[in-house]
Design a protein around this ligand. Structure first.
Ligand SMILES: Cc1cc2nc3c(=O)[nH]c(=O)nc-3n(C[C@H](O)[C@H](O)[C@H](O)COP(=O)(O)OP(=O)(O)OC[C@H]3O[C@@H](n4cnc5c(N)ncnc54)[C@H](O)[C@@H]3O)c2cc1C
Length: 599
């Protein structure tokens, strides 16, 4: 009788043998090979448990993985705010660049603008399950598309404040200092604002950092009802300003304006391509202009393999439309979003990196942050007639106030509230009406609402983390710094209550339905591979190269040591441009030294 081990050994050697033949006929479709293999296994009439056959099948898949002969100068994994921006920058070098994106181009269809499809059915979100700290499954509100989450984002593109780069004492703890400062990012913020068509007005935001140039485009104007509201807020002694937005709007000549100022902006893909996202503004124009850039969609990177020393990534194992491929490059850049990037590194553990790739500091996945966000409605007696309502921002409480000298965060419009969004987003106060009253007049409420998004910094904590257990992704997260967020809600509702009633017809009682944005909303994810100069306390060096693996970089929001109170994406884009320059320099030095060995 054969033992299980000897049977397995025979199968493995058969598979290796067969795969060597397979390597010789590289063009032979893998599916054919796999089915041939399964037939052969049957022919061998081996009576295994299902489990054993499955193991053998997985082994055969790995052996049969296609190793492309193509080697690239750079591989970028992900096409969102970070990967898309980096691809745009590095294409200029003329180097051979491969971009791997697990999603496809987001379809242009009427459903792009359907609140029912987008908010109730979550048409553009992944249907993956992730798991919270109690092991409860949830469906993350994240999308896998060319352009990543910028396809759905609200495009509020703000710079961090100068003080955000310093250590800041919060009511709930400490927001750590960044080793690079605002001045290091300033030129890249300016470039990112140009690349992403940011519309804004300098000098109106009381916390604005110094800027070397004005915004590339004028601020998005307030429509009359929003202007009236901004005026009322200003009369109370505050400084509302125009929310800086990335879009393609020409208000002086609407015939030349791709943006039509519609009511489906924040959270929706743009059907007319007028949102400045990483697909429209970075990937598409770069692909058109530069033949040295190759994009492969539906290409999900599963694992990164290293050399025996563990010092270089030698292969990027990728599932392309169900087939396994290995790609290689001199430099590999991970830009999968802070959660998926950490997960990819953790999944790439090997003998030299037993706790996950580049994780000698044990920081990969830790210090995950996402903002404390609260969506709040003010309900008015008169309809709000503005088509495009996401224009007001208020930073008067950003650093706190005299009797609460701690940062509280930022207030901004959340975009239009549409009837079909309410069932999906129903705040606790409204949920019973929405559920119990058939035909509850949602449209009456929606058209009389102004949506507000209140956002407070959450602080890095090592136990707030991404973990990978088997093939499951766990997101352990406990809110912190909550007193500051409560204070902001309290303060903002008191402002709304003080607004002259006859001016804006704010309903004269304290009904401000609100939703604490749950864990599922991971849009502002950051912090899982923070940067710094000490390999013991950081995953990445100051150029976002991993301390442990020489040719591996991570460029998404993972690098944030702290989260600040403003939206993260302009900083992610600016950083991608900054890191792009560092990588370009490294590539040029290598090029130069090859051409000129004495260099
Ligand atoms: C509804 C919504 C509204 C938002 N509004 C704003 C806003 O107004 N302002 C703001 O600053 N921010 C906003 N954000 C956040 C913003 O979208 C993110 O900060 C930004 O997209 C992050 O960029 P990224 O490159 O790190 O990740 P992403 O944009 O998520 O890109 C990651 C990419 O990697 C790909 N990928 C992941 N895993 C793999 C893999 N294994 N193999 C290959 N590819 C992979 C993904 O498909 C994706 O394309 C919003 C987010 C959401 C969801």
């Amino acid at each position: 009788m054969w033992s299980k081990q000897s049977i397995l050994r025979d199968i493995i050697s058969f598979l290796i043998n067969r795969s060597q033949q397979f390597q010789q006929q590289l063009e032979k479709p893998y599916v054919l090979f796999a089915s041939e293999l399964m037939h052969s296994l049957c022919w061998m009439k081996l009576n295994y448990s299902k489990n054993l056959i499955n193991k053998a099948r997985i082994t055969s898949e790995k052996i049969a993985m296609k190793t492309t002969t193509n080697h690239y100068d750079v591989i970028i994994i992900g096409t969102g705010a970070s990967g898309g921006t980096l691809a745009h920058r590095l294409a200029l070098t003329g180097k051979k660049i491969l971009v791997l994106e697990r999603g496809d181009f987001l379809p242009r269809e009427k459903d792009n603008w359907s609140a029912k499809e987008v908010y109730q059915k979550e048409r553009y979100h992944t249907d993956e399950d992730w798991y919270d700290k109690d092991g409860k499954a949830f469906r993350p509100q994240t999308g896998y598309w060319v352009g990543g989450n910028t396809k759905l984002y609200g495009a509020a593109l703000l710079r961090l404040r100068e003080r955000d780069f310093e250590q800041v004492i919060h009511k709930g703890g400490i927001s750590p200092e960044w080793e690079l400062k605002y001045e290091d990012f300033e030129p890249y913020y300016t470039q990112a604002e140009k690349l992403y068509d940011v519309h804004g007005e300098r000098g109106k935001d009381p916390t604005e950092p110094p800027c070397s140039e004005s915004y590339p485009y004028p601020a998005v104007s307030h429509e009359p009802d929003m202007q009236a509201l901004a005026d009322c807020i200003h009369k109370l002694g505050y400084y509302p300003f125009h929310l800086p937005l990335g879009l393609k709007l020409n208000e002086s000549d609407r015939t030349k304006s791709p943006c039509i100022r519609c009511d489906t902006f924040d959270g929706y893909p743009c059907l007319v391509g007028a949102k400045a996202d990483a697909d429209v503004n970075a990937i598409r124009p770069t692909r058109e202009a530069y033949s040295n850039l190759t994009l492969i969609t539906n290409a999900k990177v599963l694992q990164l393999h290293t050399s025996a020393s563990g010092r270089e990534v030698t292969a990027v194992e990728t599932d392309v439309n169900g087939e396994l491929y290995q790609f290689s490059a001199d430099i590999v850049v991970v830009a999968c979003g802070a959660i998926n990037s950490a997960a990819l590194l953790l999944r790439s553990a090997n003998d030299k990196h037993p706790n996950g790739l580049a994780n000698s500091s044990d920081r990969v996945g830790r210090n995950f942050m996402k903002h404390q966000a609260i969506a709040l409605l003010s309900i008015h007696l008169e309809p709000n007639r503005a088509n495009f309502q996401k224009t007001i921002a208020v930073n008067d409480f950003y650093w706190g106030e005299p009797d609460f000298p701690y940062p509280m965060g930022m207030v901004q419009n959340s975009g239009n509230v549409l009837p079909d969004m309410i069932p999906a987003e129903a705040p606790p106060l409204l949920a019973p009406y929405v559920k119990l009253i058939p035909g509850f007049e949602l449209h009456l409420m929606a058209e009389r609402s102004v949506g507000w998004w209140l956002q407070t910094e959450d602080l890095p904590h090592p136990n707030n983390r991404v973990r990978v257990v088997g093939d499951k992704l766990h997101l352990d997260y406990t809110l912190n710094n909550t007193e500051a967020a409560d204070r902001l809600v309290h303060r903002w509702t008191s402002v709304l209550k003080s607004i002259e009633r006859n001016a804006m017809h704010v309903i004269p009682f304290s009904l401000y339905p609100r939703n604490n944005i749950p864990l599922q909303a991971v849009g502002h994810q950051c912090g899982t591979c923070c940067f710094g100069s000490d390999p013991k306390t950081s995953v990445l060096d100051l150029n976002c190269r991993t301390h442990d693996v020489d040719n591996l970089y991570v460029v998404d929001g993972s690098f944030f040591p702290s989260n600040s109170g403003v939206n993260p994406t302009l900083t992610i884009m600016a950083n991608a441009l900054r890191v792009g320059d560092a990588i370009a320099e490294r590539l040029m030095v290598v090029l130069h030294s090859k051409e000129n060995p004495g260099f």
